[in-house]
Design a protein around this ligand. Structure first.
Ligand SMILES: NC(=O)c1ccc[n+]([C@@H]2O[C@H](COP(=O)([O-])OP(=O)(O)OC[C@H]3O[C@@H](n4cnc5c(N)ncnc54)[C@H](OP(=O)(O)O)[C@@H]3O)[C@@H](O)[C@H]2O)c1
Length: 363
């Protein structure tokens, strides 16, 4: 099948925050046609428009763009019984425990592009970021052989890892990295809606702990920037230390990063590297690709979630406040912002799928 034919896809977890972002990303998509929707058995058997309706008449549609009309009448299936006969690719947006059960069922037959963490840390599972690590695709054959699957599973990174790695990749390639220290200020939408963060806990507040998040960001950063030698992915050898916090922001994760570079670089050197990064990826002209994957601003008061998260439809990581750091060897420090439910989840996963098709990892 060439990249011009539309692949038939299913969206699992379609009723949730990330699932709904899948639907807005896939409405009228030139390469994908949504054939099936699935969620828990609570929603199964209902039309999508009914599955997102509360008994009091309110609708649980969480994104600012409307749901593409063609999806409203699709009957939601039980994720565990999803019919795959007419499906080429499955996008999943469900919690990890549920993903552990259903993703292998799908992967036995078709590629699964996931937003869940269930398989992220398995040695034979690549975690792709657009423009960053397509060279890890070779490990998919090993995954298929070991597990007896015709398809495969590839989860995207945690939404907090995403912006950090997009900014680190060009630095790592050009200057090398000794260590990274990062403090995040994460939006409430990153916690989803089941049950999510109570307004009573987050209004007028900062919550200084997000369970398991720091370990995820540390491990995933090393894995994504790791080296694939034709057999295994060896994690990048620098240490990553994080403090992850939840703040009173709806969408957009802000992160303050401190990076010790292997080779000294001025702030002008760093800005130049960021400016030139990802040109080859952008030139591929994929349908969901933004005009730039990262963007540096000289305004010392930016990036800000409210003003910058929707740059290029939430697909661009904004960077600002680059300074030399006098504490770390060859240190630099900066602030980044990336949209957690767009590039950081569904839209990023759709772009990854386009990337895998273009590079013939998905045939
Ligand atoms: N929110 C973000 O910013 C973000 C970013 C990156 C990655 N993620 C990841 O994306 C996944 C979904 O997160 P979310 O924020 O969209 O959560 P969410 O809003 O709570 O949505 C959860 C979805 O999973 C479905 N579900 C629940 N239990 C299920 C089961 N046993 N079997 C099948 N489906 C089930 C729900 O269906 P019902 O409506 O039927 O209950 C709903 O569609 C998680 O793994 C999360 O870590 C989220």
């Amino acid at each position: 099948m060439g990249s011009s034919a539309r692949r038939r896809v299913a969206v699992v977890g379609a009723t949730g925050v990330a699932g709904q972002q899948f639907l807005t990303s896939l409405g009228n998509h030139p390469w994908f046609e949504v054939k099936r929707l699935a969620a828990s058995e609570r929603s199964a058997g209902k039309k999508f428009s009914d599955a997102i309706k509360n008994p009091n008449g309110s609708t649980r549609w969480f994104t600012s763009e409307p749901c593409p009309k063609e999806f409203l009448n699709i009957t939601v299936e039980n994720a565990e019984k999803l019919i795959l006969d007419d499906i080429d690719i499955v996008f999943t947006a469900i919690e990890s425990d549920a993903a552990k059960i259903v993703e292998p069922i799908y992967a036995a037959r078709v590629p699964v592009i996931s937003t869940a963490s269930a398989f992220r840390y398995e040695a034979d599972v690549p975690v792709f970021l657009p423009g960053v690590n397509i060279d890890h695709a070779g490990i998919i054959a090993k995954q298929q052989k070991a597990r007896g699957w015709k398809g495969f599973v590839t989860p995207g990174p945690n939404c907090t890892t995403v912006g950090l790695v997009m900014t680190l990749k060009p630095l790592y390639d050009k200057f090398g990295i000794n260590s990274v220290i990062m403090t995040s200020m994460q939006a409430v939408s990153g916690a989803g809606r089941s049950p999510g963060v109570l307004s009573y806990d987050i209004l007028d507040n900062v919550v200084p702990y997000i369970p398991k998040e720091e370990e995820k960001v540390q491990t995933e950063t090393q894995k994504i920037l790791g080296k694939y030698d034709g057999n295994t992915i060896t994690p990048a050898p620098f240490n990553v230390s994080c403090t992850c916090t939840r703040v009173n922001v709806i969408d957009g994760h802000t992160e303050a990063a401190f990076v010790s570079l292997k080779n000294k670089a001025t702030t002008d050197d760093v800005k130049k590297v960021w400016k030139e990064a990802y040109a080859e990826f952008i030139q591929m002209g994929l349908p969901s690709a933004p005009p730039e994957l990262i963007s540096y601003t000289e305004d010392p008061f930016r990036p800000q979630p409210r003003l910058d998260r929707d740059m290029n439809n939430g697909m661009t990581t904004s960077i600002g406040r680059l300074r030399e750091d006098g504490v770390l060897p060859n240190g630099i420090k900066y602030v980044l912002l990336s949209h957690n439910t767009k590039f950081g989840a569904a839209k990023g996963a759709v772009l990854t799928a386009e990337y895998l098709i273009k590079r013939e990892v998905i045939h």
